[in-house]
Design a protein around this ligand. Sequence first.
Ligand code: ATP
Length: 256
Amino acid sequence: MTDAVRTHGLFKRYGQQIAVAEVDLVVPAGSFAGLVGPNGAGKTTTLSMITGLLRPDGGTAEVDGLHVWRDQVEVKARIGVLPEGLRLFERLSGRELLLYNGRLRGIPKAEVEQRAGELLAVMDLTAAADKLVIDYSTGMRKKIGLAAALLHNPSVLFLDEPFEGVDPVSANTLTEVLRRFTASGSTVIFSSHVMDLVERLCDWVSVMSAGQIVAQGPLADVRGGRSLNQAFLELVGGSPQDGETGLTWLGAKPRA
Ligand SMILES: Nc1ncnc2c1ncn2[C@@H]1O[C@H](COP(=O)(O)OP(=O)(O)OP(=O)(O)O)[C@@H](O)[C@H]1O
């Protein structure tokens, strides 16, 4: 089977800083895949290059066997993206935003209206459907962004920190929507810092550290009998004691 995503030697530098150092990321089709790593590991930079938002300095990226930068139109038709720091059209209502996105994607009007109504209902946004996006909360923005990314039924969905700012009830709903999506053979790739969530949702994990993939494969293999959190700490070189060095002054009572 074709991998949903495959990169070869993907590379990006910002001045002296190497953000992504020849990364070979693989995600099998139909996976619910997690991309994890500490702050600054290169996750957003990697996802941006795979989704055609940022041009790599080296290497290649393929989605469904198509070259991201050579077959741009075909790739963009197949993917849905919820990027970090998503910019939305603030002066449209949630419903208008979905209808506009659907028309841009070339979906017939009646079909877009039906899909938009269903997505708004599933995301619990029906009551806010006619409110301007500028008045949406952080979690509501994530949900309308996710609805926009799903509207054209993409083959591969890329989500950068999709659960950040989302309340637990909505997070459960999003989880169910995404589970249903992968059960039908589509692929989800999401970045997260929340190991419990990744462990609960994902069947495939890629761990990044300092611009490189340090572990990748089925969840059980990456965990290796440990919790994912423990495996993560061992892989990225952290230890639970690290936070205890220094800071002896913090919390110390002022001397009388
Ligand atoms: N536009 C930019 N200009 C300069 N350096 C950048 C830029 N974007 C990212 N970097 C650097 O590239 C490295 C990787 O950043 P990136 O945002 O990809 O990490 P991340 O794994 O997504 O981090 P986080 O978990 O904190 O979101 C970091 O060292 C960061 O400082």
